[in-house]
Design a protein around this ligand. Sequence first.
Ligand code: SER
Length: 613
Amino acid sequence: MKVSEVREKYLEFFKRNDHAEIASAPIVPENDPTTLFTSSGMQPLVPYLLGEEHPAGARLVDSQKCFRADDIEEVGDNRHTTFFEMLGNWSLGDYFKKEQLPWFFSFLVDELGLDPNRIYVTVYEGGEGIEKDTESVEIWKELFASKGIEAKEVHIGSEEDGYTKGMQGGRIFFYDAKKNWWSRSGTPDKMPAGEPGGPDSEVFYDFGEEFADPSYADKELHPNSDSGQFIEIGNSVFMEFLKKEDGSFDTLPRRNVDFGGGLERITAATLGNPDVFLVDVFTPTREKIEELSGKAYVGNENSFRVILDHLRGATFMIGDGVMPSNTEAGYILRRLIRRSVRHADLLGIPEGKLSELTRPFISVYKDHYTNLAEKEEEIVKAIADEEEKFRKTLKSGMKQFEKIEGDISGEDAFVLFTSYGFPLELTLELAQEKGVKVDVDAYKKAFEEHQAKSRAGAEQKFKGGLADDSEMSVKYHTATHLLHRALKDVLGEDVMQKGSNITPERLRFDFSFDRKMTDEEKEEVTKIVNEQIAKELPVTFEDISMEEAKKRGAIGLFEEKYGDTVRVYSIGDYSLEFCGGPHVENIKDLGVFRIKKEEASSAGVRRIKAVLE
Ligand code: SER
């Protein structure tokens, strides 16, 4: 099957079961200073999982664009990608295990036609004061029995004993919290207070022994052993717990289901081959690489996969407004493109051709992600410009690299980054080829010191991706709406929000505008915002149809589909903006708004930093 067919079948299946389809949130979260990327389907839904009412109801379904920067170094095998789409369905205090598990099983077996004999499942064996998940076991047993499969239970043990008990003819495998507990921060002990989580039940697809990594031959296999034979294709989290300050657990106001499944991996299962780079969305780009390089995918998988993964991620990132830079999301994007340049060279792709590889991705995805088509030329140009920029220093950087004798010190690696633009993973790859080591810790230290100096005032980041809803951040969030409206009033309606980042110390707002603002314009914007604050306007929200929101002139970033219900926040009758909150109830306590800096962020994008005093 094609990725688009699996996506549509999933969305339709859950819509038939009374779920409302919601649009994918942007890959770079808006108004969330705590995390660079959306890395799971549940992330944009955290306020609702914690108890807030969702405007679309208690049953939701979507396909969310996700990016996991931590997986950059894993890319090269047949199943890891940095960018992926996560199919997701949620129950916000509505259904629970006895609906969720049969639905997902039926989707796999009845809708996609997967062989139930190839499906293996895992459940939580209990611990941390939470009971063993026997309810899921009973449900799974019945589901397998309905297909004539006797589902034997196996206790695979804990991480300490290495999970080396083997398959033992099992179908349902009990694991500890390391494998069968889900929260954004991992196991229960790592969760900060206020974080939701719960036991989960994962589904693995058995692609066959022939796909098992030979290094696993003498270890015993089990579904979660990452051998390559069994691949996780879906995870139902039974999110009913909230970590308390004292380290124990409370139950959430309502029991939720948070399901996530890798769209490309599920598609790979329908094709019977675990190599996700063989699913249709990669085919046109893969063929283009073959044409440009004169080399075949088979035999050159590593470089092909790096380019396929990284350029797809870069395409989606630029589509969502990120541009290459030396900080934050822009730096990750820069790394993706530069590493692709190096692998394009390894394959012998002619210089300056990398950006051509993005067009096939855009044509594959443009029907579902319409922003890609709208931004096609911008995306192609950004990649071409970055390739050109990197090529100016690549050759001399390679010479510098060759001059280094023996292992690479942190300082050498840092000079390769600052003077020649080599991202760390590129230096690591080159070092590996040369058979030398890199002092990564020393590099990271030097990099962090450098970042701290380039950064205007340390930005406060919060561990675990928890949304920062401190009083000051909430005030800055509301002030951002006033600023957005005032910028449109002063500079024109064409001004569009391009990004926002809020800490308890300041707001940062990126917007499309092609020149420096004059002092008079900055003063005018400041005056308008402060005049509104003086009016002591109330802040309220409404859940209305998107058509209605557009009719009333709501501004802001949104990616909803027609027919969707959306949330809009009003500040008196001054501002109306698409937003999920949170906001102050009245703007009277915001204080005095002051613009501290107005500067270029990237081509055609300006950045304002402002404070409330
Ligand atoms: N949050 C879970 C995951 O990311 C399920 O959606 O796996």
